[in-house]
Design a protein around this ligand. Structure first.
Ligand SMILES: Nc1nc2c(c(=O)[nH]1)N[C@H]1C(S)=C(S)[C@@H](COP(=O)(O)O)O[C@H]1N2
Ligand SMILES: [Mo]
Length: 342
């Protein structure tokens, strides 16, 4: 309850927006939002195993080459509430996803200026937010392999949808790692550290790991899995959430995306378990943004179950049931809706 009141998902009807307005973008904060009264005083320190450690202000950063990318970001825990037994973390339904236009400078310019030592195996990123998890006090921190960190699309971001970052989305500076689940995109970024050994911070090794049993080492959570969502048609019922639809042709709309820059190749709509291909719009906004799809459904009187399912160019497709994971990560099962047609 406490976590669900502090964080929020997208309202599914707002999936109609190509770019999610900032206030409607999903939100996930582990700790408190840092209070930053003066962005001009913010410094990003780059150190560790580098030849030339230095620090940078937001203003200096904005003088480096800038790039804007449209990126769909999804929380790795999205859909957790449908996995049983349910891990007692943020009880997400399906909507922990949003798409924004992020502006900043490619991280590689900053790393190239610092010059990574030849023995660097990971680069760690730290936020100004701090707190406890399982009794361990830490600043939110995550790492990337240098090959990825030096790629063109990992950005140090100061603006969201053309405006300075809102406080809750990382003001004044955050990382955006397109194609990865949201945990990699560290907010309130104030320190980068190059490491000669793998990063062992809490948010890297104690969580965001796929596990089916408590003792196993598990597999780190990385790329976003292929997924789609549907804008609920018709009108909602306040108590049940059931959708009330008039009989006749109904245009269904939705979004589909995958991770790692892999394009979605197909979306299907299921009506009472019978699947038909939907129309998928072209990827006009680049490889990291969701795409819209439509489908005309001829609604007949009665009770129906609607569903949608995306497939990507790697042949990955959404499962009908939630893939079991102890921490409730990576649930990309098909999205289902119960509809009453009158
Ligand atoms: N510093 C910091 N960065 C963070 C987090 C956080 O709690 N602290 N949460 C991460 C997680 S789990 C997600 S899903 C995304 C959410 O980004 P958003 O709130 O801007 O949508 O931020 C990531 N970056
Ligand atoms: Mo997340």
């Amino acid at each position: 309850m406490r976590l669900a009141n502090r964080n929020h998902g997208a309202l599914l009807e707002t999936l109609r927006h190509d770019v999610t307005p900032a206030g409607l973008h999903y939100l996930l904060n582990h700790f408190d939002v840092p209070y930053v009264p003066d962005a001009a005083a913010w410094r990003l320190d780059i150190g560790g195993r580098v030849r030339a450690p230095f620090s940078l202000s937001i203003d200096e950063m904005q003088h480096l080459p800038q790039k804007t990318l449209r990126v769909t970001l999804e929380c790795a825990g999205s859909g957790r509430a449908e996995i049983s037994p349910r891990w007692p973390s943020m009880p997400w339904m399906h909507g922990a996803v949003g798409t924004a236009e992020w502006t900043g400078t490619p991280l590689r310019y900053v790393l190239e200026r610092a010059v990574l030592d030849t023995d660097v195996v990971e680069v760690a990123f730290f936020g100004a937010d701090r707190g406890f998890d399982k009794g361990i006090e830490h600043s939110y921190g995550r790492s990337l392999k240098p090959e990825l960190a030096l790629g063109d699309d990992v950005l140090l971001v100061h603006a969201m949808n053309g405006q300075p970052l809102p406080p809750q989305h990382g003001f004044p500076l955050r990382l955006i790692v397109p194609g990865w689940y949201g945990m990699a995109s560290v907010k309130w970024l104030n320190r980068i550290e190059a490491l000669a050994q793998p990063f062992d911070g809490y948010q890297q090794v104690e969580t965001y790991v796929y596990k089916t049993t408590p003792r196993e080492r598990g597999t780190p959570v990385t790329h976003t899995r292929v997924k789609s969502l549907m804008v609920p048609p018709g009108l909602p019922d306040w108590w049940s959430g059931r959708r009330m639809v008039e009989a006749g042709p109904v245009t269904l709309h939705g979004r589909a995306w995958s991770g790692g820059g892999v394009p979605v190749t197909k979306v299907e709509v299921g009506v009472d378990g019978l699947w038909t291909q939907a129309q998928l719009d072209p990827a006009v906004a680049g490889p990291h943004a969701w795409r819209s799809w439509q489908f005309t459904w001829t609604a007949a009187k009665g009770e129906h179950e609607l569903a949608c399912r995306a497939t990507d160019a790697n042949g990955q497709t959404q499962p009908l049931e939630a893939p079991f994971d102890r921490g409730g990560f990576g649930n990309n099962m098909v999205h289902r809706l119960q509809v009453t047609v009158r």
